[in-house]
Design a binder for this molecule. Structure first.
Ligand code: FMN
Ligand code: SF4
Length: 475
């Protein structure tokens, strides 16, 4: 299967920035919304801007724009850092990375381990996808490895569209060598001859850092065979981060999600077995190969092993990127971040914006995939957005539905029409009791018939608001 070069004009209608290089952008992400009072000028500009920019990955200093680019606080709250040491000061040359032991995991894997050994270590570690779905990485690799087709691909998903998240951004900016080393090991394990990085356009530094690091690494392996590494740049779309949409985008098709099966590991890029892994997922691999899967498994708890990068928004006193071990409670995270800098905590959105809201009464919940699901939320990218009593729940819901309806690709009717319908209903500031049947019907359709997490997640967040903050939004 070859690239389908549909007319560029036709494809570009899908994207927000296809033909546009915006010199100045104001972020309309949820983190900017909940802290809009700190800079109403920025927020008003973000609201007026067309096309919109949903998340520049600067949520630690939101409301944000392209005009400034402060560094986030980076902290490690884990007995054993897996990623934090590579992020604290940033690594700006391959030489420095190698001095820290970098590239030795890849060298070790290709010289001393079979592909099955590598996959087995990853299975032992019980690393799960950090892109949101939480699928075990070792099983995903094994599925691709076991396919009959010899031509295989690896895609590294650097689209990081979830507002409030900036962990992938700083992995790519501060430690691109680590990300690429993880990708090289993954490509070896599944026998991929080609790797694609897909990086969102809103992260220009991530793009240039990854591109430059690829050149350094190619020179370092001069003469030795390493997979071809390509970099594709996003054009402004949230849904393109969904793995089947991403595959369509790289093939030059409209980036709409496909129904599954077949899964990408069976039939992915150009119809060939393909592993799609998130940037943070893949960054854990060098540690696992160097230290063994068991050592990684010993971190964390329950079915959530290892560590996780948590992005905390600017309403915290100490916002930034924290490496934590799974099993820490939400309350502990908030305390480490010094609590809120203003107002009383009204709720948290983790995995924003398409994930159920967490109330202050639920803060003893432990950070873990299943544990967050139990309270109607999800881990997402580990992006935690706190909001305070300055924000009315109906306004928050309106903003979330603005996002869903703007970003919906339109392939599923309930998502295309339902997100807009819900937005129109809540625009007056509440749902009337006699509207609840209609609201419920839309929510059930979203939950049960959506093709991807955008529609399903919109259903989740509205359900959670009705259940937990019903007294504020129903009249
Ligand atoms: C609407 C939507 C957007 C997504 N955006 C991203 C994204 O920006 N980055 C990402 O890694 N995964 C994203 N995902 C999840 C991917 O589909 C996929 O599960 C992930 O890239 C697989 O990598 P992992 O197993 O390492 O997590 C998104 C999913 C949905 C439904
Ligand atoms: S749920 Fe929404 S975003 Fe996802 S495929 Fe359907 S219409 Fe597109």
């Amino acid at each position: 299967m070859v690239r389908i070069n549909l007319p560029k004009k036709e494809i570009n209608t899908f994207y927000a920035f296809a033909d546009k290089e915006l010199p100045e952008e104001y972020c309309r992400g949820l983190s900017c919304f909940v802290n809009r009072n700190e800079n109403m000028d920025y927020w008003n500009k973000a609201k007026e801007q067309n096309p919109r920019t949903y998340c520049l990955g600067k949520c630690y200093s939101s409301p944000s724009s392209t005009n400034e680019d402060p560094k986030p606080l980076i902290d490690i709250i884990s007995k054993e850092p897996v990623l934090g040491n590579y992020l604290k000061n940033g690594i700006y040359s391959l030489k420095d990375y190698i001095k820290m032991g970098g590239m030795s995991s890849y060298e070790y894997a290709i010289t001393s381990l079979s592909q099955k050994d590598v996959i087995n270590e990853v299975k032992v570690s019980y690393l799960r996808g950090r892109g949101g779905a939480g699928f075990p990485t070792g099983l995903k690799w094994e599925s691709a490895y076991n396919q009959k087709e010899e031509e295989r691909y690896l895609i590294i998903n650097g689209d990081e569209g979830d507002p409030g998240a900036f962990s992938d951004r700083f992995l790519m900016e501060y430690s691109p060598y680590l990300v690429i080393e993880g990708a090289l090991i993954a490509a070896y394990a599944i026998n991929a001859k080609e790797i694609y990085f897909y990086i969102r356009r809103e992260y220009p530094k991530s793009i240039s850092r990854i591109k430059n690091a690829i050149i350094e690494i190619k020179n370092y392996f001069n003469g030795k065979k390493i997979p071809k590494i390509n970099v594709e740049i996003g054009k402004g779309s949230y849904v393109v981060g969904e793995e089947t949409a991403l595959i369509n985008a790289i093939m030059g098709r409209r980036p709409e999600p496909n129904s599954r099966p077949p899964y990408p590991t069976e039939r992915g890029l150009f119809g060939k077995p393909t592993v799609v892994n998130n940037v943070e997922t893949i960054s854990n691999i060098p540690y696992i190969i160097k230290n063994g899967g068991k050592k990684y498994y010993d971190l964390g708890f329950s079915k959530s092993r290892g560590t996780k990068l948590i992005s905390l928004n600017s309403l915290f006193k100490k916002p930034g990127l924290y490496e934590v071990e799974f099993g820490i409670t939400l309350d502990e995270i908030i305390k480490k971040a010094g609590g809120l800098k203003r107002g009383n905590l009204k709720g948290l959105i983790i995995g924003a914006p398409l994930s159920g809201i967490i109330t202050p009464e639920e803060l003893n919940t432990k950070l873990g995939y299943e544990e967050l699901k139990e309270i109607g939320s999800s881990l997402g990218h580990g992006n935690i957005i706190a909001f305070n009593d300055e924000t009315k729940i109906a306004d928050l819901l309106y903003e979330i539905l603005e996002f869903s309806s703007y970003e919906s690709c339109g392939k599923c009717t309930p998502c295309r029409l339902g997100t807009k319908k819900l937005k129109d209903l809540i625009s007056k500031g509440y749902f009337e009791k006699n509207e609840l049947k209609e609201v419920n019907d839309v929510l059930l359709a979203l939950k049960n018939t959506s093709l991807c997490g955008l529609g399903i997640g919109t259903g989740d967040v509205v359900f959670s608001i009705l259940n937990k903050y019903g007294n504020e939004v129903i009249r």
